[in-house]
Design a protein around this ligand. Structure first.
Ligand SMILES: [Zn+2]
Ligand SMILES: [Zn+2]
Length: 397
């Protein structure tokens, strides 16, 4: 199930959306100042490199080019509607033999393939000819560089991600695409944590759908062959009284459970404290997700922190061995720094999670790493630096 591609010389290469070349300079721009005469674009900026007959070589192939474009758009926090066309086109041509794609390029009939439109056909044509597609070159310049100035060392120490969503709830991509991208980002494991029943706006999974998803996760793992594991999880709603929004029998079948508050965020502080303490003390809860619920930026607007006795909640986390999530989403930055430092001083465990709703957002983890580094949190206290066996023993101990 890995995306292998046959090279013209017969060798096999992995069709990766994640660039393993030096970050920040994935491709040398044609017009970069190399001390020589001006490049083609500078002499005649109205003409594209393609029209001018100048193109950079690209050996990734059409599927990798489309997936890389989608990855960069998601990582750059572009609207998902912009991304959909590229993911759809990649899925459309993935099963086709390369000769068939090459023939469609030669005949100019790519757009006859369902799922391929005018702009994605341009990308496919260039990549199939072994040329860097213009759109990809543009996005590498715009979104290909490092996301943060710090956090890289801690990010390198992370072995997995404990919070991610697929299109089974409110994510934008299928389960297997999330898994592929996690592999490409170097993870050993990814916990799939789609929403629970009561979060109907996010298509929360009923007990029946969750049970079916667990079979799909097993099927994906069977194809992946063992070096990487997609772990079974949930982001379970914390109900008003602190109970968890899923059947115990199903929670027991999961590898790991993130519990989060998504409703009545403005609840009175004393009641919210009781609610959260009950949830983190629930034996099934492993991670307290985005504890304050705040939104600091982004197109969903801003939202203030929920009010609760953070000391009481974090002390309950320590007592019950529940990790406090450092949610890496730029619009959340949750917990806020003063609470992150309080949890650090109280002795909490942490998990640094992407809360990705699209494959490219799995790369957000470095934002959380930067914050954890700034707060001086030891890597040993971050549960997703642990090997899988240790993580699972902790989560199910
Ligand atoms: Zn959430
Ligand atoms: Zn989430």
């Amino acid at each position: 199930m890995t995306l292998w591609r046959i090279r013209p010389d017969g060798g096999r290469v992995r069709d990766s959306a994640v660039d393993d070349r030096r970050p920040g300079t994935p491709y040398r721009a044609v017009t970069s100042n190399n001390g020589g005469p001006p490049g083609v674009d500078e002499r005649n900026p109205a003409r594209s490199r393609e029209e001018a007959g100048v193109s950079e070589p690209y050996d990734g192939g059409p599927v990798a080019a489309l997936r890389r474009i989608a990855f960069l758009l998601e990582r750059g926090r572009e609207d998902t509607f912009k991304v959909k066309a590229f993911r759809k086109a990649a899925a459309a041509i993935l099963p086709l033999p390369p000769e068939q794609v090459a023939a469609a390029v030669a005949d100019g009939t790519l757009t006859d393939i369902p799922g391929v439109g005018a702009s994605t056909a341009k990308v496919i044509s260039a990549a199939a000819r072994g040329e860097l597609p213009d759109r990809l070159a543009e996005l590498e310049r715009e979104h290909g560089g490092p996301l943060t100035g710090a956090g890289a060392d801690l990010r390198a120490a992370l072995r997995g991600d404990l919070h991610s969503h697929s299109d089974w709830s409110d994510g934008g991509s299928p389960i297997e695409e999330m898994a592929f991208t996690a592999i490409e980002l170097g993870h050993d494991y990814l916990v799939l944590t789609d929403h629970s029943p009561r979060l109907t706006v996010a298509r929360g999974l009923s007990p029946e759908r969750l049970a079916r998803q667990l079979d799909v996760v097993e099927a994906v793992n069977a194809h992946l062959g063992g070096e990487f594991t997609l772990l079974k999880g949930i982001e379970v709603d914390i109900l008003d009284d602190g109970a968890l929004d899923q059947e115990d029998a199903l929670l027991a079948r999961l590898d790991l459970r993130v519990a989060s508050v998504h409703s009545k965020l403005k609840m009175d502080a004393a009641d919210m404290t009781t609610r959260m303490v009950a949830a983190v003390r629930n034996p099934f809860t492993n991670v307290l997700g985005h504890c304050t619920g705040r939104m600091v930026t982004g197109n969903r607007g801003t939202r203030p922190e929920s009010r609760f006795d953070a000391r009481a909640v974090f002390e309950a986390c320590v007592e019950s061995n529940t990790a406090v999530e450092i949610n890496s989403r730029p619009e959340r930055r949750d917990p806020p720094t003063r609470l992150l430092e309080l949890a650090r001083d109280i002795g909490c465990l942490f998990s640094i999670d992407s809360d990705a709703h699209a494959p490219g957002q799995l790369d957000f983890q470095v934002y959380g790493c930067e914050r954890a580094e700034e707060a001086g949190i030891d890597a040993e206290r971050i549960v997703n630096t642990w090997p899988q066996e240790r993580l699972l023993a902790w989560a199910n101990g």
